[in-house]
Design a protein around this ligand. Structure first.
Ligand code: IVH
Length: 687
């Protein structure tokens, strides 16, 4: 098919229905081919004017024959109506994150672990750049893009299908020319913005008197979360796909075969995907990409090393967060030199005093940095950082910028060493020293700590209360409107309106935002309480394990240690936190304000096998082991690599070996393939 042989002139009204239908199909095929050549391969075959004629012709014929419009038509990238909210959607398979390191020795240890696990002396790794964009799941059903979901918490994310459809390099239909598309494909990739496009966007924002974006990732993330897809469509976004999360109607032996299939289906994949066999080859690849980092037109922050053989991956399995078969091997973060104007001391929600360097603003890897943490008293002394010093600062990912070292200056007289205050700079209470830390012990009387607790309670992983950030928390505490967390729920628009920065609408919005969070997930509430050592992941695990706030509070150290990721030290801290009388009273008060504390259901079919541990061995006839693992995980079970006393079920396929013997020794339940398939069927799972 070529542009010349297409009918571009007959007025649509003179085309019969059958002619119009045939023409529409031909035009779409031709436009898709050019989209693919232009956006994915970067090898346009026709002038823009030729493409524009094809596109306008398709629009014209579709307008005259609206019954012929289908969602996968190239004219349908931008939907018509903005949405009210982004829906929450479950992923086809969990989207894990990667374990990461900057240390080559760690890469060697990773390699050793893998060799040991696969019981061989050679393995293939797939090497790829680690793209610094926004992670996304794209789902194709019968070759059509039906869903795009952000990573979210790894189990479910925000449905941003309408927005992703506007990205020109995202195929709305998989290509069929080289390989038949599968009936179902869930693929993970990164949405990103090229640096050149990012700079042009910022330039144009500045010219229109608008705020520029701090970096391409922020710009991408903002664009992807728009409720109005026509705004996303104006942003220069791209996709690079790198991982098959789930597929039906196709199967692969290696990741490389999978990447090749993605390429054939018309999905853009990262550059220079390579197979390596040794740590030396991995180090070379890392060094080569690091050297090219400044000439690449998009940001990468390292490389990803993944075991290539999919069955070997299945054997290794995952921890609750990361697959054991992959490692992100990151680059050293970017560093810049600037001067410290002053050192300030901040009091955080736990009472820890943190020295903070206030800097002459400097751009580090595309972001302006004007503050950097000096961590604690010991770090400050070790680095001997003083006011007025020239220092090297670094920024790595999302973490707070840090002062790495002092850059010596000859002939310049330095200020005297900086010493931490002996009294809390906020409330004047004498500080206490604990290891490297300096603490204000006035937990319930120090307003800085209360402000910190409020901000944490309202933060994104806590109750996620919109409009309750640092400034507002400070105002509420300083005006004595909030003396403990529970008081937040007593706020009314009337008391807020007279405050600086508030008006009728913003006051009502904040009160409403707080009220709307009275029903929330238990894990958010637990995280929001700011229990020492309890981060997002542990809060989620505690909630899933104990299911009610009362049960968590009643748990002793031993019971707490039954939870994944909770060790003896953490469990003691948790027990002590709940045992403290004033904490207990504050928790009673705030819990009393909540309407409902729910436990989030696991993704998938509803967790029929919740908590059960499965091990697979030998070959299954009906599916690969990796698929089998995903299916049981979808039912809430865990699939692990080796048989132990904790294993509940061993599924034994053809030619099962030592794992079967071990399971028999331990008296673990053994299921043959037949019984396993029956179990899946019983839970309504198809494969
Ligand atoms: S593989 C479970 N490959 O890096 C492993 N991830 O925590 C699946 N990322 O946000 C991920 N480039 O989205 C993989 N070539 C690549 C990647 C990549 C970037 C992202 C990923 C996640 C983060 C790792």
């Amino acid at each position: 098919m070529s542009a010349e042989s297409l009918d571009l002139d007959t007025p649509p009204s003179r085309l019969s229905q059958a002619q119009a239908e045939a023409l529409v199909l031909e035009l779409r095929e031709e436009i898709r081919r050019h989209d693919y050549l232009y956006y994915v391969k970067g090898e346009p075959a026709v002038a823009d004017s030729v493409y524009d004629r094809l596109y306008r012709r398709l629009l014209q014929v579709e307008e005259a024959h609206p019954d012929l419009v289908t969602p996968d038509s190239p004219t349908q990238r931008v939907g018509t109506e903005p949405q009210d909210a982004l829906p929450t959607l479950a992923h086809a398979a969990p989207m894990l994150s990667l374990d990461s390191t900057k240390d080559p020795e760690e890469v060697r240890r990773f390699h050793d672990r893998i060799l040991k696990a696969v019981e061989g002396d050679e393995v293939d790794y797939l090497l790829e750049p680690k793209l610094d964009g926004v992670s996304m799941e794209l789902v194709y059903e019968d070759g059509r893009l039906t869903r795009a979901v952000t990573r979210g918490n790894g189990r479910q994310g925000e449905g941003v299908t309408e927005n992703v459809r506007t990205i020109p390099s995202v195929p709305l239909r998989l290509r069929e020319e080289e390989r038949t598309p599968p009936s179902f494909l869930s693929v993970r990739g990164e949405i990103l913005m090229r640096l050149s496009a990012f700079e042009a966007l910022n330039q144009s924002l500045l010219e229109h008197g608008q705020e520029p974006f701090a970096n391409p990732r922020n710009a991408t993330s903002g664009a992807i979360r728009q409720l109005d897809a026509s705004i996303t469509a104006k942003r220069p976004l791209e996709l690079l796909a790198y991982d098959i999360l789930d597929v039906r109607g196709a199967s692969f032996r290696t990741d490389l075969e999978g990447v090749e299939a993605l390429r054939q289906w018309g999905l853009p994949v990262p550059e220079r995907v390579t197979v390596a066999r040794s740590v030396e080859e991995i180090l070379d690849y890392h060094a080569a990409y690091d050297a090219d980092r400044d000439v690449l037109d998009y940001e990468i922050d390292g490389i990803v090393v993944k075991l290539n053989a999919l069955d070997e991956r299945a054997d290794l399995g995952s921890t609750s967060r990361h697959p054991r078969w992959a490692l992100a091997f990151k680059f050293e973060p970017r560093k810049e030199v600037t001067r410290i104007e002053r050192i300030a001391v901040q009091v955080g929600r736990t009472g820890v005093l943190t020295p903070v360097a206030l800097l002459l603003p400097v751009e580090v890897g595309g972001v302006t940095v004007s503050r950097a943490t000096l961590h604690n008293r010991e770090e400050l002394e070790r680095k001997d950082v003083r006011e007025g010093d020239r220092v090297r600062v670094q920024r790595a990912g999302d973490v707070i910028p840090q002062v790495v070292e002092v850059v010596p200056e000859e002939g310049r007289e330095r200020n005297p060493p900086f010493t931490m205050p002996t009294e809390c700079p906020n409330c004047g209470t004498p500080v206490e020293l604990r290891g490297p830390f300096t603490l204000c012990p006035n937990r319930f009387g120090c307003s800085a700590q209360l402000k910190g607790r409020i901000v944490h309670f309202a933060s994104r992983h806590g109750l996620d209360i919109e409009g309750l950030g640092e400034e507002t928390a400070a105002l509420l505490v300083d005006r004595e409107l909030v003396r403990e967390l529970a008081d937040l729920f007593e706020l009314t628009p009337e008391v807020l309106v007279p405050l600086p920065g508030f008006a009728e609408k913003s006051a009502t919005n904040l009160v409403e935002a707080i009220r709307s969070r009275r029903a929330t997930d238990l894990r958010r509430f637990l995280f929001g309480l700011g229990i020492p050592e309890v981060g997002v992941a542990v809060a989620a695990d505690l909630a899933r394990h104990f299911r009610t706030l009362e049960a968590v509070r009643a748990a002793d150290s031993e019971a707490l240690q039954q939870v994944r990721g909770v060790g003896p030290i953490m469990s003691e801290q948790i027990v002590a936190f709940f045992a403290d009388e004033r904490n207990a009273a504050a928790i009673d008060a705030v819990a009393g304000k909540m309407e409902r504390l729910e436990v989030e259901a696991p993704a998938g079919e509803g967790g029929a096998l919740e908590g059960k541990r499965f091990v697979f061995t030998g070959a299954l006839e009906a599916m690969s082991r990796s698929r089998a693992k995903k299916l049981v995980e979808g039912l809430g079970a865990r699939a692990t690599g080796s048989v132990s006393g904790e294993t509940d079920v061993l599924v034994a396929g053809e030619a099962a070996g030592s794992k079967l013997t071990r399971a028999q020794e331990l008296g673990v339940e053994i299921m043959e393939e037949e019984a396993f398939l029956a179990l899946l069927r019983e839970h309504g799972v198809e494969w």
